[in-house]
Design a binder for this molecule. Structure first.
Ligand code: FAD
Length: 612
């Protein structure tokens, strides 16, 4: 029943909007991590016609593909969006850069390439919001983690040299998105990883994908054959598109809104990416479904601009109401970083190290020559491969119970925005209960120290913040202005309770383990900063409330809990509209987000096909 599949011209990217068909079975808004994964799976059988509309460009430059150092596209404004958050009251009124990928491939094309999975409890917690029979669980997602990634173990020599544990049974080997290891590591990492043994309660799980907290090595999203970034475009779009006449991609187009007729999402309205008004707006129809995959910052913007969002906000912005969906743009979370001290090892016999790749011109020249010769050596190393992901019990052995009790006894409305809808408050109450349980667990990581392998080190990330922010359309310009992003950083006092423990714990790791033989000297905030009030003042002046892992703005939760999508990721109150991207994640996993987003997209593709 899809005649389009027979006569779509064989083209990779449509050059002009005139080449569009009037209708497609599925239209995917955003050709990013999730969007391209779903598009690949929906087009592989050739029975459905699919259009991907992407705001960014198609680009295959070295800033996208280069592995060395990880994430070189980070500084390339042609590949990313970048605007300021609203000033953060909890952070001395600093505005924070809101930042993400805006190219074909989305954030997977600019990210730091670290491939990490959350703990079992994270995924079970998501299902718990729907009840015990939900298949959103560790067991339910494991097949999709396997489907999403093609795992290449480290070489035997590297694994032996660095005492790396891994277990390939947690991984798959069919995906075109690759997870692999470099051909060398910085030598100091062996001692840094072993030093966690000197801290009571730190486990070394069998694999980074085993769903357990602890200290471990993990792969990066790199194709070991080419030693280039492996991402949604290379894995789910390059090459395949030529063979699939049912698959159209249109880049450099900004989607403004979705048109809803009756209660069915029928078409997508878009303009050229450089347009500043709607005079040239075009429309394309979806026969079966529209799939939102514009990421956690822009999916809520497009939904709200389409009239699907909080009633009061839409009224203030002059957008006609289609569905009162108070959860759209609420429940916004990201993982704060710059939250613990950094150190300099003043005795450092381990060369080469991470900083040789930045400071030592002779070493850099040799590394380049080696890479040119056989694609091995330091240039195969991306941003990070190891560290610890630790529970509150390990971070705060004396006080974790008090912290959790204080959190649990909070009035759930007390630290949400003052005008929060009762469903959003009820949803937070459910999260508060579930998160408190995870905070008590030895297998749920709140603290992450990722190791770079240099004479200076100490990059901590707070994995489960309890504060909740908002993403809202600009009331005077819903379509063309960036949305108003408010992290509401440190608005919930539990975050400070937890973060105040990060500093003493990080000091313990550097100063009271075998690492002390390297004579570490604290760089920031400085050894004299010890009183909680001083640590707090330091955190407020330096903390960044984002590690570029935004989630939660179109949460998968029951509707009475402020959810925006159901367990099939279908938007409540509208037919034919789904969200498949990081915005559906109800609360953050105890890891970074890309691996989870790919798994969600793989699962979503099956859910969509089952209904189509
Ligand atoms: C700099 C950076 C570093 C990161 N490092 C890591 C890491 O090392 N490890 C890890 O696990 N995770 C990392 N992440 C996070 C991870 O990459 C993301 O969680 C994940 O890629 C998000 O996928 P997504 O599909 O939700 O959104 P995206 O992949 O961002 O896709 C959204 C797409 O929608 C497009 N779009 C937006 N608005 C519109 C519109 N109006 N019309 C049309 N298209 C639109 C965007 O251009 C984009 O291509 C990082 C992210 C960034 C930005």
């Amino acid at each position: 029943d899809s005649p389009a599949a027979r006569y779509i011209p064989r083209s990779k990217i449509l050059d002009k909007t005139d080449d569009l068909l009037p209708e497609y079975d599925f239209i995917i808004i955003g050709g990013g991590t999730a969007g391209l994964t779903v598009a690949d799976r929906l087009t592989e059988g050739l029975e459905y016609s699919v259009l991907v509309l992407e705001r960014g460009v198609f680009q295959n430059s070295s800033s996208v593909t280069t592995v060395a150092g990880g994430g070189q596209g980070l500084f390339d404004p042609t590949l990313t969006f970048n605007f300021n958050s609203v000033p953060q009251a909890g952070l001395n009124n600093r505005s924070i850069a809101v930042y993400g990928g805006m190219i074909l491939g989305g954030s997977s094309g600019v990210n730091g390439m670290q491939v990490l999975r959350g703990q079992k409890e994270d995924y079970n917690r998501w299902g718990s919001y729907f009840g015990p029979s939900s298949d959103w669980s560790w067991e339910g997602l494991l097949p999709y983690f396997k489907k999403a990634w093609n795992f290449h173990p480290p070489s035997v020599e590297l694994a032996n040299e660095f005492d790396m544990k891994y277990d390939a049974s947690y991984w798959g080997n069919t995906s075109n998105v690759h997870a692999s290891f470099p051909t060398m590591f910085w030598p100091v990492l062996k001692m840094q990883m072993a030093a966690f043994q000197d801290i009571p309660g730190v486990d070394y799980p069998p694999d980074s994908g085993s769903g357990k907290a602890g200290a471990y090595w993990h792969p990066a999203s790199v194709d070991p054959g080419t030693v280039l970034r492996s991402f949604a475009r290379s894995g789910h779009w390059d090459d395949i598109n030529l063979e699939r006449p049912n698959y159209h991609t249109l880049t450099e187009q900004r989607v403004l809104k979705i048109a809803v007729q009756g209660n069915r999402a029928t078409s997508v309205i878009f303009v050229s990416a450089n347009a500043t008004d709607q005079s040239q707006a075009k429309s394309v129809k979806a026969r079966k479904e529209i799939i939102m995959a514009a990421g956690s910052i822009h999916t809520p913007q497009i939904l709200q601009a389409s009239g699907i969002g909080p009633k009061k906000l839409l009224k203030e912005a002059g957008v006609p109401l289609v569905v009162d969906a108070p959860g759209v743009g609420s429940n916004f979370q990201d993982q704060p970083f710059v939250v613990a001290p950094t150190f300099n090892f003043t005795t450092f016999p381990f060369h080469p190290d991470f900083y040789d790749m930045i400071l030592n011109q002779t070493f850099i020249a040799e590394a380049r020559a080696q890479f040119k010769k056989d694609r091995t050596g330091p240039l195969t190393v991306s941003s990070g491969y190891c560290g610890s992901w630790l529970p509150l019990q390990v971070i705060a052995p004396e006080s974790w119970e008090d912290i959790v009790e204080r959190y649990e006894s909070q009035d759930p409305a007390a630290y949400l925005p003052s005008n929060s809808d009762k469903a959003v408050i009820a949803g937070y109450r459910a999260q508060q209960k579930a998160l408190a349980k995870s905070m008590r667990s030895k297998n749920s990581a709140l603290y992450n120290l990722f190791l770079r392998g240099g004479y200076e080190d100490g990059s901590a990330v707070y994995l489960h913040p309890t504060s909740r922010g908002t993403v809202q359309i600009n009331r005077s310009d819903p379509f063309f202005s960036p949305p108003e992003v408010d992290y509401r950083a440190l608005s919930n006092p539990t975050d400070l309770d937890v973060l105040l423990k990060f500093t003493p714990f990080t000091r313990k790791y550097f100063l009271e383990t075998r690492l002390r033989t390297l004579n570490p000297v604290e760089l920031t905030p400085g050894a004299n900063v010890t009183a909680p009030a001083d640590i707090e003042a330091w955190l407020r002046s330096v903390m960044i409330p984002s590690s570029f892992h935004p989630v939660g703005t179109a949460a998968m939760m029951p509707r009475h809990l402020g959810g925006v999508v159901d367990e099939e990721l279908l938007v409540y109150g509208v037919q034919g509209l789904r969200v498949v991207d990081a915005s559906v994640i109800p609360d953050l996993p105890g890891s970074y987000t890309q691996q989870t987003v790919y798994a969600i997209a793989e699962k979503a593709a099956d859910l969509i096909k089952r209904r189509a």
